[in-house]
Ligand binder design. Structure first.
Ligand code: HPA
Length: 277
């Protein structure tokens, strides 16, 4: 079987070669991962160069509705970006390491920073549906580590420090310039794909989580391992199970994320404007 390292390097070489041909000299400064219902942001690109995940041999391909499954390369507000329009999740059957392969690829292409976005359920009962939450920290202890197995020394250390996964300077900047009220809190990744039970949501709260979802923390770990600056935004699409009486459904999650899209898009645009070199 092809080793993980071979899979990653051959995927990198293929994307690098096609990207260089399409956009000579283009090096993404910022990687962006668009979560459920937030993929439209990539449609705002004016001169996108697109590579579908299924065009890259050995690449994990998402099967979830609302996740496009492609890279979009372009400049947004003059900042060269690599956007993942759709991610893969561990609940689709991918290992943690496989799930973060695209993140590592964007790091290898040169992205110094990553913006991770997701749809999440509010564990914190003072939050409202439609809020945007800046991720201040995460709990990933219920899912496997993407760093499990042989360490890839060319990416980072065996035992990387996770004291400050989410970049404080970027968080402060975003809080200062956003002219919308932003929440801030701890994101907890659970395996899914089933939504949590009310008892599990109470557990999340006891452990210090403000929001819960099925992605992102492992991506943040992989990015931090590579030395990337990490910024995370959760779109609160529902109150988590038991926080309100409402039943949970993926179509509602996606619909609320779409409703929050203008706010989300403005925040992302402002962050990129601030990063312009
Ligand atoms: N739980 C887990 N994942 C989610 C939720 C939730 O309530 N909402 C959106 N993604």
């Amino acid at each position: 079987m092809e080793s993980y390292k071979t899979k990653l390097t051959s995927a990198y070489e293929l994307v690098k070669e096609r990207l260089t041909r399409a956009k000579p000299g283009f090096k993404p400064q910022v990687a962006i991962v668009l979560g459920s219902g937030l993929g439209k942001f990539a449609d705002l690109c004016e001169e996108p160069f697109i590579i579908k995940y299924n065009e890259i041999s050995g690449f994990p391909v998402s099967t979830v509705s609302g996740h496009e499954g492609r890279f979009v390369f372009d400049k947004v507000n003059d900042v060269p970006v690599a956007i993942m329009q759709g991610r893969v999740h561990m609940y689709e059957g991918f290992s943690a390491a496989e799930s973060v392969l695209p993140i590592r690829l964007m790091g290898l292409l040169g992205a110094e920073m990553i913006i991770l976005t997701n749809a999440a359920g509010a564990v914190n009962s003072s939050f409202n549906v439609g809020d945007l939450m800046i991720i201040s920290d995460h709990i990933s202890s219920f899912v496997s580590s993407p760093l499990r197995g042989e360490n890839l020394d060319f990416l980072g250390d065996r035992f990387p420090d996770m004291t400050n996964v989410y970049d404080t300077a970027l968080t402060e900047q975003a809080e200062k310039m956003a002219n919308i009220p932003l929440r801030k809190g701890v994101y907890m990744q659970l395996p899914g794909p089933q939504y949590e039970t009310p008892a599990e949501v109470r557990m999340c709260r006891t452990l210090g989580a403000d929001a819960v979802g099925m992605s992102t923390a492992i991506e943040a770990i992989a990015a931090k391992h590579m030395g990337m600056r990490v910024f995370g935004i959760s779109c609160i699409t529902n109150m988590a199970a038991g926080v309100s009486d409402k039943k949970l459904a993926h179509k509602d999650v996606a619909a609320i994320a779409q409703e929050s899209f203008p706010l989300f898009s403005k925040l992302l645009n402002d962050i990129l404007l601030n990063l312009r070199k």
